[in-house]
Design a protein. Structure first.
Lengths: 418, 158
């Protein structure tokens, strides 16, 4: 008798579990992630604990550099950070900062950030120097070394010293943006601004004075969030196009994301202008929903999926039915699924499309244009599959379709960057 | 005793069937945000059994709050039965929409035509539901918080 009562109770609990979880639509993924710098001073106990571990690790790192400097018995000269001059920061080091979880993000210069970095000797060497639990640190590739940023600080110091600090309030290293920020006084001449820009030589530089803010160079990663004057979307992967015999470096996104009636600027979430779309560079219909836009001079196309550790190999792959795929878009971040159909026709935006790929990945408004990639055999690297374009959700059934990378190349007359 | 067990199994099967993904009568449990500064209404005189002109109005004055929604096609219809809301069954098995994020600033008019997707609606009480995301930004820059919400506009076909 008791036995049946228990069985009945368990069944009711199971039924209630499924019934309540079924049609509930979850809140979207939080915008914060491990690469986001912490901007809040109201933090959790866990954050505080993580930050303590992080600061100890970074202290260990600076002590290591300082020890190397002392061992050399060289005279300490130039600009120093915690007593360390630029020659004694390792070439691979690009800076560090605390993320939203209180953990340290340790920046590695791109050349040293190999495909399987977290299996490399350098990775273990750094973990050893910092004496940190690998779960409490993440690594991020950057363009400039910390030593180079210090060199720029020295050059700016000389320039501003010569100018007796007439035009400047202050300047400093901006680890998070892997560059410098310079606070200028109102009324600085164009000539002096040019002198600053010459010194910066393509390094990220946030110049601010009065109400005006000038953003200099930046980077763009596959799957990163962008916006134009009318829409918010994502970008897929870097590509190049030959225009009048010259290689133009740019990025591809979904065709319906751009307005083909007028040229338009494209910005990142941080309000940095990273590119410009020129009319005529899109394909909307047939086998492609794709567009190509030119990157602004100085913007570096990165190959690491935005806010993720996956490295995109500069090759595309044709996928079979049943293949595992992933995508990265601004709204739902990284999601995965399998290929349901390798040549699929559908209609959206009042346009018919053919030879698309149908998957069961989840996507939402704003994910359009994001990269679709595949990495079944690798933890940390992936091949390009295509551009996310449209989706369909019915309760917990998800479908999304993407334009094949091969169709992107032929329809837009672009290719992967050599 | 066996009868009790069979009864429990039967109830369980009925409930589980109700939780499936069948496009039969599926109840909507969406919570519509009626207090939001965004609102939707039907343009006067535009409602027919095949569509409407939807007016979406954003009255938020804060520059650090951005409302992102889908394209015009990104909506669904629900009908009322016994005081409860149910999804209107789509004639198209999988109805795709572009996943573009669209700014909803000031007032936007959208031409909604559901004939292809739902056919001509029969008499009854309906609501059109759209999802939006409210994005809070720090000094107009990086998004610091996102919250999804649903708005609906109710109408009757007679």
């Amino acid at each position: 008798m008791k036995k049946y009562k228990y069985i009945s109770l368990i069944m009711i609990l199971i039924i209630l579990f499924f019934a309540t979880g079924d049609a509930t639509i979850e809140k979207p993924v939080s915008a914060t992630d491990k690469y986001d710098i912490n901007r809040s001073d109201i933090v959790s106990e866990r954050f505080t604990e993580n930050q303590e571990n992080a600061s100890l690790a970074i202290t260990n790192f600076f002590n290591y550099c300082l020890l190397k400097q002392k061992e050399s018995k060289d005279e300490v000269k130039g600009y120093t950070v915690d007593g360390v001059s630029r020659e004694y920061f390792p070439e691979y080091y690009g800076g560090n900062y605390i993320n939203v979880f209180g953990n340290v993000v340790f920046e590695i210069v791109e050349e040293y950030y190999t495909k399987e970095f977290e299996r490399s000797e350098l990775y273990y060497e750094i973990i050893d120097i910092l004496n940190i639990d690998p779960n409490n640190i993440c690594f991020r590739p950057v363009k400039a070394s910390y030593a180079y940023l210090i060199e720029k600080m020295e050059e700016l110091g000389k320039l501003f010293g010569d100018l007796q600090w007439k035009d400047i309030t202050g300047y400093g290293i901006d680890d998070y943006n892997n560059g410098l920020f310079i606070e200028l006084k109102n009324g600085i001449s164009e000539e002096r601004l040019e002198a600053i820009k010459t010194i910066m030589n393509g390094i990220y530089c946030d110049l601010s004075y009065g109400d005006c803010e000038i953003k200099e160079t930046s980077s763009l990663s596959p799957g990163e969030d962008v916006y134009s004057s009318t829409a918010l979307y994502s970008v897929a992967f870097p590509a190049e196009k030959i225009v009048n015999g010259e290689h133009v470096i740019g990025y591809v996104t979904a065709g319906h994301c751009v307005d083909d009636t007028t040229d338009q600027f494209i910005y990142t979430n941080s309000n940095i202008c990273i590119g410009e779309y020129h009319t005529g560079n899109r394909s909307l219909g047939g086998n492609a929903d794709a567009a190509f836009f030119e990157l602004t001079a100085g913007v570096t196309p990165f190959y690491r999926v935005y806010s993720d550790t996956t490295f995109i190999i500069n090759e595309n792959r044709v996928l079979s039915q049943g293949s595992v795929v992933k995508k990265r878009g601004r709204t739902t971040g990284v999601t995965s699924g399998t290929v349901k159909s390798t040549s699929y026709s559908a209609s959206y935006c009042n346009t018919s499309f053919t030879d698309m790929v149908n998957t069961n990945m989840h996507g939402e408004n704003g994910d359009s244009g994001g990269i679709v990639y595949t990495n079944p055999n690798s933890i940390d690297s992936a091949y390009i599959a295509g551009i996310l374009c449209a989706g369909y959700t019915w309760l917990f059934i998800n479908r999304s379709i993407y334009t094949k990378a091969g169709n992107v190349f032929t329809s837009l007359d672009v290719q992967l960057i050599d | 005793m066996k009868t009790r067990l069979l009864f429990c199994c039967l109830i369980g099967m009925i409930l589980l069937t109700g939780c499936g993904t069948s496009k039969g009568k599926v109840r909507s449990n969406l919570v519509i945000d009626t207090a939001h500064s965004m609102s939707m209404r039907i343009k006067t005189g535009s409602l027919t059994s095949k569509g409407m002109v939807l007016v979406v109005e954003n009255l938020i004055q804060d520059d650090n709050i951005v409302i992102v929604g889908g394209v015009d096609d990104d909506y669904h219809l629900e009908y009322q039965s016994g005081g409860k809301w149910y999804y209107v069954e789509s004639l198209i098995e999988e109805y795709y929409v572009a996943l573009l994020g669209k700014y909803y600033k000031d007032t936007i008019e959208q031409q909604i035509n559901w004939e292809t997707r739902y056919g001509t609606l029969s008499d009854g009480k309906y609501r059109l539901v759209k999802a939006f995301t409210e994005e809070k930004r720090e000094d107009g820059k990086s998004v610091t918080q996102k919250e999804k919400f649903w708005l609906a506009v109710e109408f009757e076909i007679e």
